[in-house]
Design a protein around this ligand. Structure first.
Ligand SMILES: Nc1ncnc2c1ncn2[C@@H]1O[C@H](COP(=O)(O)OP(=O)(O)OP(=O)(O)O)[C@@H](O)[C@H]1O
Ligand SMILES: O=P(O)(O)O[C@@H]1[C@H](O)[C@H](O)[C@@H](OP(=O)(O)O)[C@H](OP(=O)(O)O)[C@H]1O
Length: 298
């Protein structure tokens, strides 16, 4: 029996008669091919990527496994529709915290139509993409115990400034994510962001590949980070921090040139994460007054 994914933080959703992804609950994620050429383009990328011997196994592990396409009843009730059959990256997680970070200062690809270019440019300017090289597309943070999740709505996320992004990355590893009164405590920063298998280490591994690879340019793709607080804290099996890449509807051939747009965004994200690790208490102290004040000041 297929159903809408419980752990989806961004993108098109299978709800209220809309076309969106489905999961089988046993490890597969079915993403409907999007209209125009986006779906076909994403399917072509997966086919080419999954059979490319130049992609090393440790890099391939950042991507969902691809199992072809399959005709399935669409979630919007419109009948049989082709779906990408992918590994469900959230398999086995019960109450994960998740964040989807769309990487790149520009989300439009070189051959985009004027209309698409203008749509993306506006979003890149209005969000933090242009300034930071990435933006938050969706986030959901488990608050511990039976307190449920803290999840800002889509409109609030669209209005995020650099300061909000900075705070959200801290809330993501805090035991008090929803508190307005107190700064995020970053209680889980060292376990989730630090360590040999933490977010920073995984992002650095990804960066090492992006510093060299000239096969693909990943416009509008996302880094998806997931962890289950109780499992990570207890060091239990299944308590690993997952860092994955998703959304390849606009991947282009690299033609021998590095993907400086994605790489730049990744470096910027790495800097934000590193700063939280170096100074988890930063926001607890009154910032020094400076002559200039910047929007992304803590
Ligand atoms: N293979 C996967 N396994 C589990 N969850 C996934 C997988 N792929 C995507 N997701 C979830 O779905 C969300 C949206 O994915 P994706 O960006 O591919 O969809 P989209 O509809 O193309 O998004 P957009 O509207 O941003 O283009 C992700 O943030 C993640 O939560
Ligand atoms: O992040 P948001 O604000 O939710 O906005 C969506 C996001 O920009 C997607 O990347 C985009 O799909 P493409 O990248 O494939 O264009 C989608 O376009 P759509 O609504 O035209 O599908 C937007 O709705």
């Amino acid at each position: 029996m297929l159903s809408a994914p419980e752990h989806q933080v961004a993108g098109h959703r299978a709800a209220e008669g809309q076309l969106g992804p489905l999961v089988d609950g046993a490890g597969l994620f079915y993403k409907p091919l999007q209209g125009d050429d986006r779906g076909a383009h994403e399917a072509a990328f997966y086919s080419s990527f999954s059979s490319d011997p130049r992609v090393p196994p440790h890099v391939r592990a950042f991507f969902p496994g691809f199992h072809g396409t399959q005709l399935l009843p669409a979630s919007d009730g419109s009948g049989p529709h082709p779906h990408l059959v992918l590994d469900d990256l959230a398999v086995g997680l019960r109450r994960p915290s998740l964040i989807d970070l769309k990487i790149g200062a520009r989300t439009w690809y070189p051959s985009a139509s004027d209309e698409y270019f203008r749509k993306c440019l506006k979003k890149d300017r209005d969000s933090t993409s242009l300034a930071l090289g990435f933006r938050v597309s969706g986030v959901r943070i488990h608050q511990g115990g039976d307190a449920g999740f803290w999840q800002p709505d889509r409109d609030a996320i669209r209005r995020f400034t650099a300061k909000d992004v900075r705070r959200t990355l801290r809330q993501f590893v805090s035991s008090n994510p929803s508190s307005d009164a107190d700064p995020p405590d970053c209680a889980f920063a060292s376990t989730v962001y630090g360590g040999s298998n933490g977010v920073l280490a995984q992002l650095l591994e990804l960066k090492a590949w992006f510093e060299d690879q000239t096969l693909f340019h990943f416009y509008s793709a996302s880094v998806l980070v997931m962890y289950e607080m109780e499992e990570v804290e207890a060091g239990r099996a299944g308590g690993e921090v997952r860092v994955k890449l998703v959304d390849f509807a606009h991947v282009m051939e690299g033609n021998g040139i590095i993907d400086h747009n994605f790489l730049g965004g990744l470096c910027s994200l790495i800097k934000f994460i590193s700063e939280i690790l170096t100074d988890p208490d930063e926001c607890l102290v009154e910032p020094k007054k400076a002559h200039l004040s910047f929007e992304n000041e803590c």
